[in-house]
Design a protein. Structure first.
Length: 131
């Protein structure tokens, strides 16, 4: 009797796993995929989100000009600006995007810009990509 129960458990676990797998190609069940469908934001919402992103970039600039402990304040401002922009757009909050913006906000840009290699790298990348 105990052997039969042990033999049935792997089949049940396998069946549950297949049911949770959902439809091919997504990894999410059908109900969750339908819930994730979001209408694209309207033009005024996108413009407002762009303004918030630009504003947070300008607000974080004084904290990230030179390498210092205040760079984390700039990162927090950038992360908050991205979160607010996503709320204005009406899209679901993405912790990954907010984290990436926060990390990018901690990078001191002045030494990178003054190194003089940004334009060279940009032109080389454009030439290699076919622009």
């Amino acid at each position: 009797m105990a052997q039969q129960e042990q033999q049935q458990q792997p089949r049940q676990l396998g069946r549950r796993f297949r049911l949770r797998g959902g439809v091919q190609g997504s990894g999410l069940p059908q109900r969750q995929r339908e819930a994730k469908k979001v209408e694209p934001p309207s033009l005024p919402r996108r413009a407002g989100a762009l303004g918030l992103r630009l504003g947070s970039t300008l607000a974080s600039a004084p904290f990230t000009l030179v390498p210092s402990p205040l760079n984390f304040v700039g990162g927090a401002i950038m992360g908050a600006g991205e979160g607010a922009a996503e709320l204005v757009e009406g899209t679901p909050l993405s912790p990954d995007r907010i984290a990436v913006e926060a990390v990018l906000g901690t990078i001191p840009m002045r030494p990178i810009i003054h190194s003089g290699k940004i334009l060279h790298s940009m032109f080389r990348s454009c030439a290699l990509s076919g622009f």
